[in-house]
Write a protein that binds this ligand. Structure first.
Ligand code: SMG
Ligand code: MG
Length: 384
């Protein structure tokens, strides 16, 4: 039998770096339209940015956590506190060290994956900039562009949903994800399929159902959906496995996979057939590559999720999505899907072929626009 494919990571290409100082920033950008899921409505993206200074440059990382502990237990507030009190002080120092060594110094911190991932992103950006190597090269990217899907929130009417889908398809998006919840599911899928018979469509429930809803969810099998994302509880695998046995539609796990260990358990239990990988949820880009590798070895396709990131987090998502087993379009939409003005000098644009280009410059490969950052900043503190 052929060896399972191994890790794509090339961390050895990054030189040791010295983190001379660090700061935390909270930015807030209004969303162009409210985003409603089964757990609530968001009108802004508020995000913690970690800034690590050293070797004549600055690395930046974006934290995926949102304002409320609804999608996950982490929030902007918890991330700020853990980064300030525990994570950042662990990596600031006088001697150069590799990114792996720096992260090893804070490996004792349990949980707080999104906070840790933001620090990891800043360190990878810093070391990549210092070495002139792109994040994609370090992660093992094998494509120069990634297929873009779009995630559409719960709308006031089915007609409103259809017209949004038409607009995004006209722009070139390659897959449509629709948020659903009990009572806004089977008719949604039926109506969308009738209007868009061949469009790649999927639903995302954000944990709104229980196993007892299996009979309702089984009706979705009639509509040739690409997948049903996270139907059951955020911390469940066993019931997802039972539900998958009853559904023809593939289940995609999101909230339930917070680590490589979770991914391995999901695969062993057959709790689904696909994983949505978000670096923040699993504690960083390095563990995200590990989830990718575990899924690849098991024959499970993956795709890159989104947390309404600014261009900073988007750059990291797009680099991650360029790994070889990211074979499905991700929630990696262009900047103008979310914001009037991103905080980058050059926003991410949808290409005519329905892709985003993977940045090739050093580190994240994007430049912040200082005036936009200043205008979006609500809070800034020097930590070390
Ligand atoms: O970034 O395009 C995006 C949003 C994608 O639907 C999206 N994310 O469960 O996958 C998900 C949700 C989580 C964020 S809800 C604010
Ligand atoms: Mg999801």
């Amino acid at each position: 039998m052929a060896e399972p494919p191994g890790s794509t990571l090339r961390l050895d290409r990054l030189p040791p770096v010295r983190v001379e100082g660090a700061a935390l920033r909270v930015v807030e950008l209004p969303l162009r339209s409210p985003f409603t899921t089964s757990f609530g409505t968001q009108t802004v993206r508020r995000a913690v940015l970690v800034e690590c200074r050293g070797d004549g440059t600055t690395g930046v990382g974006e934290c995926a956590a949102g304002i409320e502990p609804a999608y996950s237990s982490e929030t902007v507030g918890t991330a700020l506190g853990v980064l300030r009190d525990h994570l950042v002080p662990g990596v600031v120092g006088t001697e150069p060290a590799t990114v792996a060594d720096l992260l090893g110094r804070v490996a004792w911190v349990r949980g707080h994956h999104m906070a840790r991932a933001a620090l990891e992103m800043a360190l990878l950006d810093l070391a990549g900039r210092a070495a002139g190597i792109s994040l994609g090269e370090v992660l093992g990217a094998t494509s120069d562009r990634v297929a873009a899907g779009v995630s559409i929130g719960i709308q006031p009417s089915l007609e409103a949903t259809y017209s949004l889908i038409e607009g995004y398809l006209a722009q070139g998006y390659r897959r449509i994800k629709l948020k659903c919840r009990p009572g806004y599911d089977v008719e949604l899928a039926r109506g969308v399929r009738a209007h868009f018979p061949t469009t790649p469509v999927m639903l995302d429930a954000n944990s709104a159902y229980r196993l007892g809803d299996a009979a309702t969810l089984r009706q979705l099998d009639a509509f040739d959906l690409m997948m049903l994302e996270q139907p059951l509880a955020h911390d469940d695998l066993v019931d997802h496995a039972a539900l998958q046995r009853e559904l023809r539609t593939p289940i995609c796990l999101d909230e339930s996979v917070e680590s490589v260990a979770d991914a391995r358990a999901a695969i062993q239990l057959r709790a689904g057939r696909i994983v949505n990988i978000k670096a923040g949820r699993v504690g960083g880009l390095i563990p995200a590559a590990g989830v990718h590798d575990a899924c690849r070895a098991a024959g499970w396709p993956v795709w890159c999720g989104g947390m309404l990131e600014t261009g900073v987090g988007r750059a990291a998502n797009v680099a991650l999505a360029a790994l070889p087993n990211f074979t499905l379009p991700g929630d990696t939409s262009a900047s103008d899907r979310y914001f009037e003005a991103d905080i980058l000098k050059e926003p991410f644009r949808l290409q005519p072929d329905g892709t985003l280009l993977v940045p090739t410059g050093p580190g994240l490969g994007v430049e912040l626009d200082p005036s936009r950052v200043a205008a979006a900043t609500q809070h800034h503190e020097v930590v070390a």
